[in-house]
Design a protein around this ligand. Structure first.
Ligand code: 13P
Ligand code: SF4
Length: 305
C-alpha cells in the first residue's frame, strides 16, 4: 500500500468521526472501498445496518436503489452517496407507470418486487424481496392465486422453479450476471475439477442449472466459510472475490467469468468517499409520500423473514 493511499484512509477515518458517520459498502465495491467500510454486505444486510446504526450520517457505497432503501428505513439519518450516478440498469428497466399498467392487467394479483427497483416502484408493491429471501416470500404467499414478480425475469425463473409457482413476470435482467455463460462454467470446471460452483440467482437459467448452490452474495460469503471445499468457482460480479479471499485465506476462489463486472458498482472510490464526507453530499432522500408506501412493502418482507 502506498503512503498516499494510507494518508487518504486516515483522512476518511478522521472525518468520519467528526461527522458521526458510518460507511456501508456492498460486496461488489472496489477493494479500496471495502477496506474503509465499517460494514460490508448484501442489499438486505446493508439496509438493516442502515436502520440499526446510531450514526447520524450514512455514506452508502453501492448503487442508487440501495441508498434509497436506506433512506426509506432511516428517514432521520442523512444518507449520502459518493457517486449518485451509480445506478442499477436492472432497476431502471421498470418504471412505476409500467408496473401500474401491469397491475391493472392483473387486478387480483399480489405484487412482489425485487429490492433492485426504484423507490417509486417499491411504493407500488405489496411485498419487497431480496435474493436471500425471494423463495421464502413467494412460499409465504401460497394462498394467493396470482403473483406478479418484477423486475428480474431470471430471479423469477429461479423462484418459480423452487416454489412450483407460475409467476407473472417482467422482462428485466442484470446485464452483468447475464454475461456469465454455461461455457464459462464448463471451462472453469475443467481447470478446477474439485471446485464447488456457486452462482447468484440473477444468472441465466442454464447457468443456475449447472451450480452446486444458488446464493445471494451474503449467502456466498457464509457458504465459503462453512464449506469443506477448498476451491470455489464464483458466478457473480467479480468484486465479491476480494471479500471471499480476504475472509478465507486458506481457500481459492475463481470468477466464473472476468466479464461479470458491474461498472456502476465501480464508480465509488476512496477520493469520492472523502469528498462526500467533506461536503456531506450527495444526499439521497425519498419523499414521505413515496417512502411510507415503499416502507410497507419492505416491512412486510422483514416480518416474513
Ligand atoms: P445481493 O443482495 O445478493 O448482494 O445482490 C445485489 C445485486 O445487485 C446483485 O447483482
Ligand atoms: Fe444491478 Fe446487476 Fe449491478 Fe447488481 S450487478 S447492481 S443487479 S446491474
Amino acid at each position: 500500500m502506498t503512503k498516499e493511499v494510507s494518508s487518504l484512509e486516515n483522512r476518511i477515518k478522521e472525518l468520519k468521526k467528526q461527522r458521526n458517520a458510518v460507511i456501508l459498502a456492498h460486496n461488489y465495491q472496489l477493494p479500496e472501498v471495502q477496506d474503509v467500510a465499517d460494514f460490508r454486505g448484501d442489499s438486505l444486510e446493508l439496509s438493516r445496518a442502515a436502520a440499526k446504526t446510531e450514526a447520524k450520517v450514512i455514506v452508502f457505497c453501492g448503487v442508487y436503489f440501495m441508498a434509497e432503501t436506506a433512506s426509506i428505513l432511516s428517514p432521520h439519518k442523512t444518507v449520502i452517496m459518493p457517486d449518485t450516478n451509480a445506478g442499477c440498469p436492472m432497476a431502471n428497466m421498470l418504471s412505476a407507470e409500467e408496473l401500474r399498467k401491469l397491475k391493472s392487467e392483473h387486478p387480483q394479483a399480489v405484487v412482489v418486487g425485487y429490492v433492485n427497483s426504484s423507490a417509486q416502484v417499491k411504493a407500488e408493491l405489496d411485498y419487497c424481496c431480496t435474493s436471500t429471501n425471494a423463495v421464502a416470500v413467494v412460499n409465504y404467499l401460497k394462498d394467493q392465486e396470482e403473483i406478479i414478480f418484477v423486475p428480474d425475469k431470471y430471479l423469477a425463473d429461479y423462484v418459480s422453479k423452487q416454489t412450483g409457482r407460475k409467476l407473472i413476470i417482467w422482462n428485466g435482467f442484470c446485464p452483468t450476471h447475464t454475461k456469465i455463460l454455461p461455457e464459462d462454467l464448463r471451462r472453469e470446471k475443467k481447470f478446477h475439477p474439485f471446485a464447488k460452483v456457486i452462482v447468484h440467482p440473477e444468472c441465466l437459467p442454464q447457468v443456475v442449472a449447472m451450480a452446486d448452490a444458488v446464493l445471494s452474495t451474503s449467502q456466498m460469503a457464509k457458504f465459503a466459510k462453512e464449506t469443506e471445499a477448498k476451491e470455489m468457482i464464483v458466478g457473480t460480479e467479480v468484486g465479491l472475490i476480494y471479500r471471499l479471499k480476504k475472509d478465507n485465506p486458506g481457500k481459492e476462489f475463481y470468477p466464473a467469468s472476468e466479464r461479470a463486472v458491474c461498472p456502476n458498482m465501480k464508480r465509488t472510490t476512496q477520493e469520492k468517499i472523502l469528498w462526500a464526507l467533506e461536503e456531506l453530499k450527495e444526499e439521497v432522500k425519498v419523499p414521505d409520500h413515496i417512502r411510507l408506501r415503499a416502507k410497507k412493502a419492505i416491512d412486510r418482507m422483514l416480518e416474513i423473514v
